[in-house]
Design a protein around this ligand. Structure first.
Ligand SMILES: Cc1cc2nc3c(=O)[nH]c(=O)nc-3n(C[C@H](O)[C@H](O)[C@H](O)COP(=O)(O)OP(=O)(O)OC[C@H]3O[C@@H](n4cnc5c(N)ncnc54)[C@H](O)[C@@H]3O)c2cc1C
Length: 359
């Protein structure tokens, strides 16, 4: 029985390892654009040079799992077409292609491996006194600005977003912002209207909705907004954000042979997070194993409890939430939050690699 897994990030890698453990007659192939597993939650560290976020897939996938380096172009009718022209048949497939960053021209995207590599090289080349502008006031932007400010105290770092740290409790909001300010990150609460271009070339300037213009030597786009259009292009049912619509067992409502997990799955109430992707991967793999044994699949549900933000290596904020992900008043900051965030980040990698939860 051929099982294809499209995307070897957190959820895809976990599914591959768990299915290999639980379904002995499964011949598993993982399709991924590169031969490495990328710890996406550490891409801001990759950019700042404080961590190496790629590990060869051979070191994270169980023995016997095949790897096909490539990009899926279409999925359906029991086969996957790759962009290089190949076609691979499957009995069951798992869609685990994550989410995307669509940068404004003239900026470097944070959130993809290729973008992070480009940003890392550009930052390394930036001389002392250079100006870095990070666009995006959500978790990715906050973590990226803080990491760079701590690792490169010789450059100036500015963070631009319509509401930097918005959506947190009052206390956590204030603590995120004071943590950024301690690292001398300039916070600009405004939206970007345009990236300046003169004589057909991007000149690095950032124009804001308020009308002001900011000079910048390196501009990073840190807004994770959509998902790859693979599901939509393949004719699977998708929601308004392009995520594959799934039933309560995490199977595509268009094709029961296809499970969808992680950022690319339209699970009601789910936010883009490895904290979401990993439990979904566990659940989908287990449902698949149940079905293979002639048992009934179980409905998926996930209670949230926290959202973590690193502020460099020595500071962090952990915002506690209700099960439905709405924020509570309580939060942790400083060393205890650093320890919690590092434990979760480390466990995410360990869980994907082991195929069993290490939370
Ligand atoms: C800087 C940063 C910090 C973050 N911090 C946190 C955090 O602290 N906590 C948290 O919970 N979340 C965090 N996140 C979010 C988290 O990284 C994602 O939600 C998580 O990686 C989603 O896992 P996934 O398995 O759905 O997809 P991913 O881990 O993104 O993996 C998707 C894989 O599919 C591949 N792929 C894409 N298209 C195709 C295709 N057509 N064919 C084949 N393969 C394809 C991709 O290249 C990738 O390898 C952070 C994200 C960023 C960018």
């Amino acid at each position: 029985m051929q099982v294809l897994i499209v995307g070897s990030g957190y959820s895809g890698t976990l599914v591959a390892n768990r299915v290999a453990k639980k379904v002995k007659d499964a011949e598993i192939t993982v399709i991924n654009p590169r031969p490495d597993f990328v710890e996406r939650v550490r891409l801001h560290q990759q950019i700042a040079g404080t961590y190496s976020a790629a590990t060869p897939l051979a070191e994270v996938l169980r023995e016997g799992i095949r790897t096909r380096v490539g990009t899926a172009d279409k999925i359906g009718d029991g086969a996957i077409a790759l962009t290089d022209g190949a076609r691979i048949d499957f009995d069951y497939a798992f869609l685990a292609v994550g989410s995307t960053v669509v940068p404004m021209p003239g900026t470097v995207p944070v959130g993809s491996w290729e973008g992070a590599q480009q940003a890392r090289a550009a930052l390394a080349d930036l001389p002392a006194g250079g100006q870095v502008t990070v666009i995006g006031g959500g978790p990715t932007g906050i973590e990226t600005a803080a990491e760079i400010a701590e690792a490169r105290p010789d450059v100036r770092v500015r963070l631009v977003g319509s509401s930097v740290g918005g959506g947190l409790s009052e206390g956590a909001y204030g603590r995120v912002r004071s943590g950024l300010e301690r690292l001398t990150v300039e916070i600009v609460d405004d939206e970007v209207a345009e990236i300046g271009s003169g004589a057909g070339q991007f000149d690095g300037s950032v124009r804001l909705r308020s009308g002001s213009e900011l000079a910048s030597d390196l501009t990073l786009w840190a807004i994770v907004s959509g998902v790859p259009d693979l599901a939509a292009r393949s004719g699977l049912a998708v929601d308004a954000r392009g995520r594959a619509v799934v039933d309560e067992f995490l199977r595509s409502v268009s094709d029961e042979r296809i499970f969808a997990v992680g950022d690319c799955a339209a699970v009601p109430g789910a936010r883009f997070a490895c904290y979401t992707a990993l439990p979904q991967g566990i659940h989908a793999a287990d449902n698949f194993a149940r079905l293979r044994k002639g048992r009934k699949p179980k409905p998926h549900s996930l209670p949230y409890f926290t959202r973590g933000f690193s502020l460099g290596r020595k500071d962090a904020v952990a915002q506690f939430t209700h099960a439905d992900d709405t924020v509570r008043r309580i939060y942790l900051a400083g060393r205890p939050a650093v320890a919690l965030k590092e434990m979760v980040t480390h466990s995410a990698f360990a869980t994907a690699r082991a195929g069993v939860s290490s939370f």
